[in-house]
Write a protein that binds this ligand. Structure first.
Ligand code: GLN
Length: 430
């Protein structure tokens, strides 16, 4: 009797009918034809994106606000996501304030995919749940799907374009192959980079220019904490016009294909041939340095995203010791091509222990330059702090270089590494 009164449930909705209504159903479509049905949360809006997976266990708040995830549908391989909620994304206001507690002002990925969304959360700094945060930021999510199956597909066939269909769109047909939006065809960096230069910690003792390809806030914090005065410039700003006003140049992380930023690589090529002060780049910044040095960049099959990527140091420099393995935080789809020989004046710095991809390059001792690029994220947020001292290495080099240039200025007193307030490297849970 009772069973006869239940309407027939379309195949797509089976398994969810007991605790969802069609309005909170979601389907993740992959361009390769697979589809996964689950329960919607967050914004009730359908989106397109590039489906990628991250093996990070914690820090969903940091990953989701990392501008490098722009245009991507982020699949978490860790099943339980949301259990510590979301903090207020506002930094305490002081002279060194970078404006936010997380990695940027808003959620940057297009959507998220989790196996088991925690609606109940518990953390002393949490102010809301993951789903209410997504709703406020107009970002949809899907839960109750087999993220192991999705990850296996993405590992085997590579990062795949996707569609997260929510609400009424759930019942419409799967998108045709040519309907999928491909974020790599757009210059995502141009959408996210600052449009006007700004300064942080103006009274810092060493002046560093930061080319902003979509900077993570913890990069800015890591420089400011080491008392650098930083000027953040748009990604395509020609630093050569102002370079002598600065003691060092930093190139940030950023979303999309590095070849969309060839203009920056060409500007940097001129900087590197005409200017001898320290230069450091992270992720996209490292790829730009590599392209300026004459290396090629390629698209990896599924990239590296997670906080547990081991890299082997091939050379010693500052806090980094050749032969040691460092566990690193990563989020990238592209990498520099390993060439043999390496361009003159350059050498490999790190190599990935899992897939042997290039994880870092540096200028050789003989070149007389001080240039480093790393594919991973020493600033963490989230992830291990194994390589955080690379910021100290860079800022100290900028300071030393400044002092060498001002040898006859008695006002300038060297600041040694021991006076810097950087934390001791501690490996935290990956
Ligand atoms: N985190 C980053 O800077 C990523 C760089 C580049 N967008 C890539 O995917 O490889």
């Amino acid at each position: 009797m009772f069973f006869r009164s239940i309407p027939r449930i379309p195949a797509l909705f089976r398994g969810f009918a007991t605790h969802t209504s069609p309005s909170n159903l979601a389907v993740l479509h992959l361009r390769s034809g697979e589809q996964f049905s689950g329960k919607a949360f967050g914004a009730s809006r359908s989106i397109w994106g590039e489906t990628v997976f991250s093996t990070s266990i914690t820090s969903y708040t940091e990953s989701m606000t990392d501008p490098s995830y722009r245009g991507q549908i982020l699949v978490f391989t860790t099943p339980l996501i949301g259990n510590y909620g979301v903090p207020l994304n506002r930094a305490p206001t002081d002279a060194r304030d970078v404006g936010v507690l997380l990695e940027s002002k808003k959620i940057q990925c297009s959507g998220i995919v989790v196996a088991d969304l925690a609606e109940k959360y518990s953390h002393h700094s949490a102010v809301e749940s993951l789903s209410s945060w997504c709703l406020r930021h107009d970002i949809p999510g899907i839960t109750g799907v087999d993220t192991r199956a999705i990850t296996t597909i993405l590992r085997n066939q590579g990062t795949t374009l996707g569609r997260l269909a929510v609400g009424p769109d759930v019942v419409s047909r799967a998108p045709a192959e040519n309907e999928y939006w491909d974020p790599s065809t757009e210059n995502l960096v141009d959408q996210i980079s600052t449009k006007i230069p700004y300064v942080l910690n103006p009274n810092g003792d060493v002046k560093i220019a930061v080319l902003d390809f979509g900077v993570k806030a913890n990069i800015l914090r890591s420089l400011v904490r080491r008392d650098a005065a930083i000027t953040v410039l748009p990604w395509n700003f020609d630093f050569n016009a102002v370079r002598n006003e600065f003691d060092g140049l930093f190139l940030t992380n950023g979303p999309g294909d590095p070849k969309m930023c060839l203009e920056a690589a060409l500007n940097l090529r001129r900087t590197l041939t005409q200017w001898d002060r320290p230069v450091f780049g992270i992720c996209m910044g490292h790829q730009i340095i590599g392209m300026a040095a004459g290396l090629d960049a390629y698209r990896m099959t599924f990239g590296n995203r997670g906080h547990n990527q081991p890299v082997l140091a091939l050379a010693s420099s500052g806090s980094i010791k050749a032969g040691r393995v460092y566990v690193t935080s990563q989020n990238h789809q592209y990498a520099l091509t390993l060439s043999d020989p390496f361009p003159a004046g350059w050498e490999p710095f790190f190599i990935n222990c899992n897939d042997s991809s290039v994880e870092g390059i540096k200028s050789t001792e003989e070149s007389g330059k001080k240039v480093w690029g790393v594919q991973f994220h020493p600033e963490s947020a989230g992830g291990p702090l194994d390589t955080i001292e690379m910021f100290t290495d860079f800022v100290v080099e900028c300071r030393m270089d400044m002092l060498r240039r001002s040898n006859d200025d008695p006002e300038l007193v060297p600041i040694g590494m021991e006076t810097l307030s950087s934390p001791r490297p501690i490996a935290v849970a990956a």
